[in-house]
Design a protein around this ligand. Structure first.
Ligand SMILES: Cc1cc2nc3c(=O)[nH]c(=O)nc-3n(C[C@H](O)[C@H](O)[C@H](O)COP(=O)(O)OP(=O)(O)OC[C@H]3O[C@@H](n4cnc5c(N)ncnc54)[C@H](O)[C@@H]3O)c2cc1C
Length: 574
């Protein structure tokens, strides 16, 4: 391995070019900072571009910021931090106008106002949308702006480590996927905007790239992760593949039916019906299936029926969804109901940050020069369960806001100069070298499959102490087997075998956090449902979990108080 690796120097290095990363980059660059965005994909392939349904803002005359806040807090099962939620909801209308002025074309009403559709758990139609391609519209707009302004993008570069010394992050170590050439990116400020980690589950709606690399990169340095037990299962994934059928389908009026032709949501959420929040609907579907009222070849799905909307509405408002169901199920939603089941979708937990995007070192202290925003972070506006259309808002708003916070810290000279030496890349170089030389008997694909299958079965929609202990044991077994892998491609050019092996290492590490958090949290709240503790327990668990991994992989957990505010915890019924 070449020891003379180049060192690039920037004011700010941003990892990830989804909506959060591009928003921050644009703000910083416009204010005269030298910014590099490093991304393992082409920016427009970031998962943000897959978002279909919408982005929330209390825009209409009969909606209110307070109502948006209340819905979000209730949706979060009171675990969301109310200061962060207040900031996001208050700034939502301005954020929509900001991106609209840059050119994002939202779908409109006849009177010219921005159209808004109902989404689960919301008291008003609040999701602004661009047909069912909202994420792509936003991502294209913000990327185009950042690119036009001259932000430097390092596409198809893989970040494999941070340089963390003396309580400060000094930059990152990355390699070019094209030829495996390493470089150090040294910076006064480093920001992670690396997206979610749904790929740890077998049935999921996430892009292949959503392997949560950043989480374990951070955790391997002894830095904490927050609320990792909260993984959202979206109720409507296409049966079998888990590919998302956006909540827009329920928002526009989709009805759920079981094998007996019952509209079963009447049993579970008589007021909100299909528009109850995702955690409630997912559990209801799973319950129908477990009690033998599922449909489809494996009886593990239910129907969503949209036929009553008619061809015109479907083609106007849900054209992509119709295409997906046609392509992957061979079913035309204009003519017949389609088969859906819950799919791992969103990561509420992540890298703990404060309201300005600064990364936590502990419950009371922060890392110098290190920031995070978007799905990889936990700020926490979603608490135990995210409401639909709040996460594009989080990525767009907190991406920009964190950019502004970095700008302030740079201008106020709060960040010391980075200090890096070649030795700082050692860990990343050794990881790659070890995998390239690996000559064991285990296949990456096999370990990954077993990981995803077992996480779905034992740490999925329903959990018990028993299932979680079984999963912990399984993870230990998989981790041991990971030490004995072999990859066939030993070359340096576009070595996807190598990348998949590194990513699997990350998936294994953060899965330990999901399971540990779920074990410790002996209650049911939001997306985390313990069959052995079916009630919410505010006395013990109205708290965030902050978990640390030691060098031996052992995880210890502390609790951090939730930032409460004017909305007192109440029972959560719909
Ligand atoms: C199918 C689907 C539909 C959705 N629909 C909606 C919706 O309608 N409304 C809503 O509010 N939310 C929706 N969401 C959620 C929302 O889209 C995401 O939470 C949000 O877009 C995340 O943005 P981000 O900028 O944080 O990350 P992403 O857009 O996921 O970007 C992550 C970036 O990190 C980079 N990266 C990751 N690891 C590395 C590494 N090791 N080295 C270099 N680069 C790296 C990637 O290349 C990528 O550029 C949906 C999600 C999915 C999966």
């Amino acid at each position: 391995m070449n020891e003379n690796i180049p060192i690039h120097e920037y004011d700010v290095v941003i990892v990830g070019s989804g909506i959060a990363g591009c928003s921050a980059a644009r703000e910083l660059h416009r204010n005269g900072k030298k910014v590099a965005v490093i991304t393992k994909l082409h920016p427009l392939r970031s998962h943000s571009g897959a978002a279909q349904g919408g982005i929330n803002a209390a825009l209409s005359k009969d909606d209110e910021i307070d109502l948006h806040m209340f819905d979000t807090i209730k949706g979060s099962d009171y675990l969301g931090d109310q200061d962060a939620i207040e900031l996001m909801c208050t700034k939502a209308p301005e954020t929509i106008r900001w991106i609209e002025r840059m050119g994002a074309a939202f779908t409109r009403n006849n009177d010219g106002t921005i159209a808004q559709r109902p989404f689960g758990g919301q008291s008003k139609p609040r999701a602004c949308y661009a047909k069912d391609r909202t994420g792509l519209t936003l991502l294209q707009t913000i990327f185009e702006q950042a690119h036009r302004d001259g932000v430097t993008f390092f596409d198809e570069w893989y970040v494999s480590d941070i340089i963390y010394k003396e309580g400060k992050v000094h930059g990152v170590v990355a390699y070019n996927i094209r030829d495996l050439e390493f470089a150090i990116f040294k910076s006064k400020a480093t920001m992670f905007a690396t997206g979610g980690y749904g790929r740890a589950f077998k049935v999921n709606s996430n892009a292949h790239a959503n392997t949560g690399d950043a989480l374990s990169i951070v955790a391997r340095h002894g830095l904490p992760l927050e609320d990792m037990e909260f993984v959202q299962f979206h109720p409507t994934g296409l049966a079998g593949s888990g590919i998302l059928i956006s909540e827009a389908a329920r928002g526009e009026g989709g009805k759920l039916f079981n094998s007996e032709g019952e509209r079963f949501m009447e049993r579970y959420a008589p007021n909100k019906m299909e528009l109850a929040p995702r955690d409630v609907v997912s559990r209801s579907i799973q319950k129908e299936v477990l009690e033998g009222r599922g449909v489809g070849p494996n009886k593990d799905a239910v129907f969503i029926d949209l036929t009553h909307l008619g061809e015109k509405v479907i083609m106007e408002k849900l054209p992509e969804l119709r295409d997906l169901a046609l392509t992957f199920l061979g079913l035309d939603m204009i003519k017949e109901p389609i088969l859906i089941s819950p799919t791992a979708h969103y990561s509420m937990g992540g890298i703990p940050v404060n309201i300005d995007g600064k990364v936590r070192k502990s419950c009371s202290d922060f890392v110098e020069g290190f920031y995070a925003a978007g799905e990889c972070s936990c700020v926490s506006v979603h608490g135990a369960n995210r409401l639909g259309a709040n996460s594009l808002l989080e990525a767009l708003f907190f991406g920009r806001h964190t950019g502004e916070s970095i700008l302030r810290d740079l201008n106020d000279k709060k960040l010391s100069n980075p200090n890096v030496v070649f030795e700082d890349a050692k860990r990343a170089l050794e990881e790659v070298e070890k995998i390239l030389k690996s000559n064991g008997s285990e296949k990456i694909a096999k370990i990954r499959e077993e990981l995803q299958e077992s996480m779905t079965n034992d740490a999925g929609v329903f959990r018990t102490k028993e299932s979680l202990l079984r999963q912990q044991e399984k993870l230990n077994e998989l981790k041991a087997r990971f030490e004995n892998i072999r990859i066939d491609d030993k070359s340096k050019v576009f070595n996807t075998d190598l990348q998949e092996a590194i990513e699997l290492g990350h998936m294994l590490d953060y899965s330990f956090f999901i399971v540990e958090g779920a074990l410790i949290r002996e209650e049911s709240r939001g997306a985390h449902y313990r069959e052995d503790f079916p009630n919410r327990d505010d006395d013990k668990f109205l708290k965030h979990t902050i978990a640390f991994m030691d060098e031996n992989g052992k995880i210890s957990t502390q609790f951090l108080d939730v930032a409460l505010g004017k909305f007192e915890p109440q029972p959560r019924t719909y």
